[in-house]
Each structure stands twice: as structure tokens, then as C-alpha cells.
Design a binder for this molecule. Structure first.
Ligand code: SF4
Length: 88
């Protein structure tokens, strides 16, 4: 596990560059941005991993693939229809 850089243990908790960090949450397991400090795991990109997952998937997560949306499937169809009409 990569160590957390510039981390300090203070009365407020683990602080990096003035930000107090909270440990990663269960959903973070497997993410490349996890760093270790004093036996705990933290996120290198976000101080509050728990909040990052409250409203859905963390947008920094490296281990969760974005599901291909229906829009992505529709676009090639539209393109081929346009091509069939001669570009109009
Ligand atoms: S980037 Fe997101 S998923 Fe990865 S460790 Fe940080 S908060 Fe967790």
C-alpha cells in the first residue's frame, strides 16, 4: 500500500496540507487512490470519502467502471440514420 504523503497526526486527526482526513469507506476498497498512514487507509484525492459516496458513485474512483449509458448506444444509430439520408 502506498504511504500517505505529507500526513501529520494532530489532535484533530490526520491532517494533510491543512485538511483533516477521514478514513476511506467500504466502497473505496480496491481504489488506486487509497493511501496508508499509521495502519489506517485514506484517500489521496478527497478528505471525506464517506461523503463522496453519499450521492452515488465516487467520481474519483479508479476501481468502478462507469456503466455504458443508453445514450452511448443510441448515438451510433443516429449517425447511421444520418448517413442513410445522405448527410442531411
Ligand atoms: S477516490 Fe473515491 S473511491 Fe477512491 S479512495 Fe478516494 S473516495 Fe474512495
Amino acid at each position: 500500500m502506498t504511504p500517505l504523503e505529507n500526513a501529520n497526526r494532530t489532535n484533530e486527526g490526520v491532517v494533510v496540507k491543512g485538511f483533516v482526513l477521514s478514513p476511506v469507506v467500504e466502497q473505496c476498497t480496491g481504489c488506486d487512490r487509497i493511501r496508508e498512514f499509521e495502519g489506517q487507509q485514506f484517500c489521496s484525492s478527497y478528505p471525506l470519502p464517506e461523503k463522496k459516496w453519499l450521492s452515488g458513485r465516487c467520481n474519483f474512483a479508479t476501481h468502478v467502471k462507469v456503466q455504458s449509458s443508453s445514450a452511448a448506444k443510441v448515438n451510433p444509430l443516429k449517425a447511421s440514420k444520418r448517413a442513410a439520408k445522405g448527410g442531411r
